[in-house]
Ligand binder design. Structure first.
Ligand code: AMP
Ligand code: MG
Length: 404
């Protein structure tokens, strides 16, 4: 069988990121439909933020030269008012948060810092700085300044910002079309009855859920039996997808037909096999306009590889600029020994700045329970023999923390 040399993890990732075709089509969506979508065009500010000088506090607006004096209050300004400047010496306005500050006042103090407050007069404190508590027109953003860049994923803060600009529709990349497949004669779906020798399909639904948690809607296309003809026929029907994501059937066993079937359909493989534990039998390649990600069959290896390898690649294909997992430095919570000679993605959990390898890093790639106990990984390279308690390591956090 034709086979590429096993690659180091980093190289596999680089190749996939270089070769996976990026989504070009875009569409216009209104803000209520924009959550999780990726901006297709740079946007500039169309309104100053704030749009007018306004008060950051409930209090009094006055000329700075009157600080420390007793002030006559000539009117009250509320948010939404349009007051005209009309202050004389020794006069000021009572003002509410967000209300416009007329051009003849330059400073605001909150009411709790003032004394002898009556309806008509107030004594201002000393030591007030000029311009305090005044939010100046355009101090956050000026018209024409960069607002959001193409490649930004729209999460709640971005949606709030667009709303504040009065921008109600944006151009975003069309969603990737992703087909998910399982392979294996032994598989039964969770709603079917499995006998002792059959296993339930964990990968398909785990992968679909993982993709969805990262904002990708994938379609499940069912199981392929371990049969060359059936595998080729199934692939033929999926060429219109941007991504085909399979699990199982990609090792060197006699029932592993996927690789040849993809080659038959014109696949140009980038790698077939990664020198990593878990997840060695992983293949990625380009098949026409379609990117193929063939993941291992073992559930833990599949889920972890989709999370660590597929997700960044899918994000890049979807046009996102920030594609990696969030990282943090932590101290090892206990000693960890590795045999070396291959990368290891070590599952663990982060607690008070310390990383604890799940079950002392003793578990199998066919399991699922260790994954449910973990919220982070540390990736060790081929040269590493582990780390001792207290040593600082770079931790990658599992799950989608939102965009940055
Ligand atoms: P394979 O690479 O096809 O030989 O699969 C490796 C191991 O993963 C075998 O024990 C399979 O039964 C198991 N496996 C493959 N696909 C799935 C799946 N969708 N859900 C759960 N286990 C699977
Ligand atoms: Mg199989």
């Amino acid at each position: 069988m034709e086979r590429l040399d096993s690659l180091v993890l980093e190289k596999a990732m680089t190749l996939a990121l270089e070769q996976a075709p990026k989504k070009k089509e875009s569409e216009i969506v209104t803000l209520d439909r924009a959550l999780g979508r990726v901006l297709a065009k740079d946007l500039a500010a169309v309104k100053n933020l704030p749009a007018f000088d306004n008060s950051a506090m409930d209090g009094f607006a006055f000329r700075h030269e009157d600080a420390g004096k007793r002030l006559k209050i000539i009117s009250t300004i509320f948010a939404g008012d349009r007051p005209k400047p009309r202050l004389k010496r020794g006069e000021g306005y009572r003002i509410m948060t967000g209300a416009p500050v007329p051009s003849d006042a330059d400073t605001v103090v909150p009411i709790e810092k003032c004394s002898e407050v009556t309806e008509e007069t107030v004594t201002l404190p000393d030591g007030v700085k000029a311009g305090e508590n005044l939010r100046r027109r355009g101090e956050e953003l000026r018209i024409g300044a960069p607002l959001l860049k193409a490649g930004t994923r729209l999460d709640a803060p971005e949606i709030a910002l667009l709303s504040a600009q009065g921008i109600m529709a944006v151009s975003v990349y069309a969603p990737l079309r992703i087909a998910v497949l399982s392979t294996g004669n032994e598989l039964r779906e969770p709603w079917e009855t499995a006998d002792e020798e059959q296993i339930y399909n964990a990968n398909a639904f785990g992968i679909l859920a993982l993709l969805e948690s990262y904002g990708f809607a994938a379609e499940y296309h069912g199981r392929i039996p371990d049969d060359r003809g059936a595998t080729e026929a199934m692939i033929a029907g999926l060429k219109g997808y941007d991504v085909i994501l399979t699990s199982g059937g990609i090792s060197m066993g006699e029932a592993d037909h996927l690789y040849r079937a993809f080659l038959f359909h014109g696949l140009k493989p980038l790698f077939h096999g990664i020198n990593v534990k878990p997840g060695r039998p992983t293949m990625m390649g380009v098949m026409g306009g379609c990117f193929v990600m063939a993941m291992p069959g073992n559930p833990l290896a599949t889920m972890l590889n989709v999370e660590m390898l597929s997700i960044p690649v899918l994000r890049s294909m979807q046009g996102m600029k920030a594609i990696g997992h969030r990282r943090a430095l932590a101290r090892m919570g206990e000693d960890l020994k590795l045999r070396g000679g291959r990368s290891e993605i070590v599952l663990g959990h982060l607690h008070d700045g310390r990383f604890f390898p799940t079950r002392g890093n003793r578990y199998g790639s066919g399991m699922l329970t260790p994954l449910a106990e973990s919220d982070a990984v540390v990736i060790f390279d081929e040269a590493s023999r582990g780390a001792s308690e207290g040593e600082i390591v770079e931790v990658k956090l599992l799950g989608d923390p939102g965009s940055l």
